[in-house]
Design a binder for this molecule. Structure first.
Ligand code: HEC
Ligand code: HEC
Ligand code: HEC
Ligand code: HEC
Ligand code: HEC
Ligand code: HEC
Ligand code: HEC
Length: 504
């Protein structure tokens, strides 16, 4: 190892408190190079190289064309004329491509939209993104939340304008690197091997524990915790609380199930907390070693040269993304499963139950909110007493009050949402509808214009604009707005019926 002068290190720090791995390479070049080759080290494709394609999705009857860094969607009117055309530039990709790359559009205001096509290694080509192989899907309208990037990227740089995120880096497992760069020696940076096994496990589980990808909230952050505020070394339960479905986990097997399945295996449960991810994985190369014999000494387990994982940890097709295969980390005597032919999204109406973390009654009740009842706003209010500025809960409160017909209470709540997040599209829409209901059309249009600028692809905004224009007697503007909603979302039935009612 070479030790650099502190002058060189100051330069790294000036480059934005640089957390990127390049700051470490002068002294840890082998680790930096190895990590850069892992999937984690390549988790974001800043400039994806994309083969052009023409792709027809039969279920939703939509044509997609990828060419010159952009994606275009159209439908055909009586088989000839192209209609409902939407075109978006491709900003970057999520995923190393070891299994898949999901394409993402970045709007001029920095809004991130998941695109309907992903590239799959096993297909050597494109397919619908997970969850999109259906007659109605999000198409080019689904906002990528901080949740995706918490698991797939480096910490965002403080104060930086929205930018293309970087791949997972050293800081995600070693925490703040500044003290170490200023004083590079032992003890000035977190070495996970010095933590308890439980805290070591939590470093990996911050991203590798996902109980379900849909149906119930898989986890809820604790009051006051920002999306990116988890730091290695702390208990994951101090950051977020996990839920699971109450039905048996079989046959559900999902893309990000390594942690979830491992935690259920007898090896993990019966080894008294000794087993972590690094029992088998090198964190910097992500490669595995055969650790089975550390713990198993039966003659069967000691059999030389047998591929233990081939029988006990088979690779199988997840139920939520069928163009990839993943290693099942639930180590079983005789694993039995059937690879799905299509994505399985079985609806689930049962309760959300605690998983991995202990959960207080209020958080559990919030996770279990199903339909809209008079108690729902009270639950949100109780949560807001712990975390007054939680935008998502404020927006949910405003929306539930509005839907319960308690408009007078809803409006100040929605105003507060907009003071905290001026571009909150849901709050802009609900508040606009509330103003329109009072006849304050000018205010409603102003709010909807803001929503349209912040999120031009939000089809509901255009329907609300259409309804408001129509109430104002501006029929042509109403027709235009409904047409725009249908262009963005061809399967928007309400927009189609409202348009039909206005046409002769
Ligand atoms: C100027 C050289 C230098 C740079 C740059 C540097 N390190 Fe180190 N690092 C060291 C030295 C020296 C040690 C102590 C090694 C030893 O004693 O074997 C060390 C030790 C470590 C340890 C083990 C700490 C412990 O207490 O056991 C970790 C983890 C680490 N570095 C991570 C990083 C990361 C991450 C970066 C980049 C953000 C980085 N280092 C940048 C020189 C450097
Ligand atoms: C910041 C989130 C995050 C953390 C922390 C994290 N992982 Fe990952 N890990 C991922 C993502 C995302 C992928 C998939 C990357 C890809 O291929 O695009 C992945 C992939 C992997 C892989 C597949 C092989 C490869 O080349 O990357 C292994 C093995 C792995 N992680 C093990 C670990 C272990 C062990 C830890 C803890 C020491 C850990 N991960 C911590 C997010 C994380
Ligand atoms: C809770 C953390 C988490 C969230 C949230 C999450 N992912 Fe992942 N994702 C992972 C991990 C970990 C893997 C690697 C799984 C494995 O290899 O076992 C992965 C795998 C992937 C892959 C395949 C990468 C490869 O080539 O191996 C893609 C693409 C992907 N995720 C996209 C997304 C998108 C898009 C979102 C948001 C809609 C998302 N993920 C949300 C953690 C997460
Ligand atoms: C996925 C999590 C993860 C990431 C990302 C990660 N490390 Fe580590 N690192 C660990 C763990 C876990 C240990 C403890 C090793 C062990 O358990 O033996 C460790 C140990 C170390 C050590 C001390 C022991 C050794 O192997 O020399 C250094 C130095 C180090 N890491 C540097 C880095 C650098 C530099 C980067 C970025 C290129 C990085 N790490 C990225 C998890 C990670
Ligand atoms: C940290 C220790 C540890 C490691 C590493 C480990 N196991 Fe286990 N495993 C256990 C313990 C403890 C049990 C439960 C007691 C028993 O059946 O021996 C167990 C149980 C099992 C069972 C029976 C499962 C059941 O549900 O009845 C199988 C099969 C198994 N292990 C295979 C493996 C294989 C294959 C590997 C390597 C990929 C492995 N184990 C790695 C500790 C470990
Ligand atoms: C008992 C050993 C063992 C333990 C413990 C273990 N893994 Fe694995 N893991 C494997 C094996 C074996 C593979 C398949 C490797 C291969 O095909 O090269 C694998 C593959 C992976 C992959 C690659 C993608 C896939 O699903 O094929 C990821 C991601 C991963 N493990 C994450 C984790 C995480 C996170 C933990 C801790 C929660 C963990 N592993 C604990 C043995 C283990
Ligand atoms: C050809 C498939 C196959 C391979 C390869 C294999 N196993 Fe097994 N293993 C089995 C089956 C089947 C059982 C269940 C036997 C039973 O139910 O009594 C089993 C049972 C076990 C058990 C629980 C009973 C016991 O003997 O302790 C452990 C632990 C185990 N295997 C570990 C391993 C390890 C470690 C390896 C690699 C050295 C390995 N197995 C390789 C098929 C395999």
């Amino acid at each position: 190892m070479r030790v650099f002068s502190s002058k060189a290190i100051t330069l790294f720090l000036l480059a934005g408190g640089c957390l990127a791995a390049s700051a470490c390479s002068p002294c840890h070049s082998v680790i930096v190079e190895r990590f850069a080759r892992t999937g984690m080290g390549r988790s974001i494709q800043a400039e994806p190289t994309l083969p052009p394609v023409k792709f027809y999705h039969r279920l939703s009857n939509r044509h997609y064309t990828i060419r010159d860094g952009s994606i275009r969607r159209h439908q055909l009117d009586s088989g000839v004329r192209e209609i409902q055309i939407v075109e978006k530039s491709i900003g970057f990709g999520i995923g190393s491509g070891n299994h898949a790359v999901t394409l993402v559009h970045r709007s001029p205001l920095g809004l991130l939209i998941e695109l309907p096509l992903s590239w799959y290694r096993q297909l050597g080509s494109y397919g619908m993104s997970p969850g999109y192989d259906a007659p109605n899907h999000f198409d080019m309208r689904r906002e990528i939340t901080s949740a995706c990037l918490f698991c797939h990227a480096a910490y965002p740089r403080a104060g930086a304008k929205p930018e293309i995120p970087s791949s997972i880096d050293c800081a995600r497992c070693h925490g703040d690197t500044r003290a170490h760069l200023a004083n590079p020696r032992r003890g000035t940076i977190l070495n996970p091997s010095k933590l308890s096994a439980a805290r070591q496990l939590d470093i990996c589980l911050q991203c590798h524990l996902q109980t379900v990808s849909q149906g119930i909230p898989d986890s809820i952050r604790r009051p006051g915790r920002d999306a990116f505020s988890f730091r290695p070394g702390e208990a994951l339960s101090a950051f977020k609380l996990f839920f699971d479905r109450a039905d048996p986990p079989e046959p559900r097997f999902e893309v990000n199930h390594a942690g979830y399945r491992l935690l259920q295996s007898a090896c993990f449960k019966s080894s008294k907390g000794r087993m972590t991810c690094t029992t088998c994985h090198d964190p910097h190369t992500a490669q595995v070693r055969n650790a089975c014999r550390d713990c198993h000494s039966s003659s069967h387990a000691q059999a030389a040269n047998t591929n233990c994982t081939g029988c006990h940890m088979p690779s199988r097709r997840p139920t939520d993304a069928i163009h990839v295969t993943m290693t099942d980390h639930w180590i079983q005597r005789r694993p039995s499963f059937q690879n799905p032919e299509r994505e399985i999204h079985t609806p689930y109406a049962g309760p959300a139950v605690p998983f991995y973390t202990e959960i207080d009654r209020l958080t559990l009740a919030i996770a279990n909110i199903g339909g809209l009842t008079a108690e729902v706003p009270e639950l949100y209010r109780a949560h807001l007493r712990r975390d007054p500025n939680d935008v998502a809960t404020l927006a949910a409160l405003g929306n539930s009050l509005f839907r319960l017909g308690r408009r007078g209470e809803a409006m100040p709540v929605l105003d507060k949402v907009l003071r905290l997040d001026a571009n909150h599209v849901g709050a802009l829409n609900t508040l606009a509808v509330a103003h329109a209901a009072q006849g304050a059309y000018g205010k409603a249009i102003a709010l909807l214009d803001r929503a349209r600028q912040a999120h031009p692809d939000h089809s509901l905004t255009w329907v609300n604009l259409g309804v408001t224009y129509n109430a104002m007697g501006r029929r042509e503007d109403a027709i235009q707005s409904f047409r725009e909603a249908i262009r963005l979302q061809p399967d928007f039935a309400e927009a189609r019926s409202k348009l039909a009612a206005l046409l002769p």
